[in-house]
Design a protein around this ligand. Structure first.
Ligand code: 5GP
Ligand code: ZN
Length: 143
């Protein structure tokens, strides 16, 4: 447990939360400030600040449970015409709580939520630029 971490406090029963799911590896509870009703967070039970600190087995479990909760949302009476899975890794990506978590956000037409794109988004990069980025990543992956 990381002192000062609100999600560790919730997992330890020292802070209130509306729990949805719990197993040995991960837990899921309702977001306190939902984008839409039914917005759930899936978190590792052991504190991990970000993707780099998260072991891959727990990462797999987070996705598996997120997928199951998404299916449960669709089956439920919560309004959901679509769902976004969203994970912010790092402050620049919008991470506010540094105990990594996957958002499961029910979506519907005109709910007012969306991603904002930068001014250059409409200008597609040249193939050479995409190939360059792909090469940089292949070099790191060894592929
Ligand atoms: P982030 O911006 O880090 O991806 O998302 C953090 C999320 O945690 C936000 O959606 C925020 O509403 C939620 N959150 C922050 N504090 C609490 C809390 O004390 N309890 C719960 N259930 N959610 C919280
Ligand atoms: Zn924590």
């Amino acid at each position: 447990m990381e002192s000062g971490c609100i999600f560790c406090k919730i997992l330890a029963g020292q802070a209130e939360a509306s729990m949805v799911y719990r197993d040995a590896q991960v837990s899921a509870f309702m977001d306190i400030q939902p984008v839409n009703p039914g917005h759930v967070l899936v978190v590792p039970n052991t504190h991990a600040e970000d993707l780099a600190a998260l072991d891959t087995a727990t990462g797999r479990r987070i996705f598996e449970i997120a997928q199951q909760i998404a299916a449960a949302i669709y089956r439920s009476d919560l309004r959901s015409e679509g769902i976004n899975l969203f994970l912010a890794d790092g402050e620049a990506a919008g991470q506010d709580v540094f105990h990594i978590h996957m958002h499961i956000v029910p979506r519907f037409d005109e709910d007012g939520f969306g991603l904002k794109f930068g001014p250059d988004y409409a200008n597609l990069p040249a193939r050479a630029e995409l190939d360059l980025a792909a090469g940089l990543l292949r070099a790191q992956l060894g592929t």
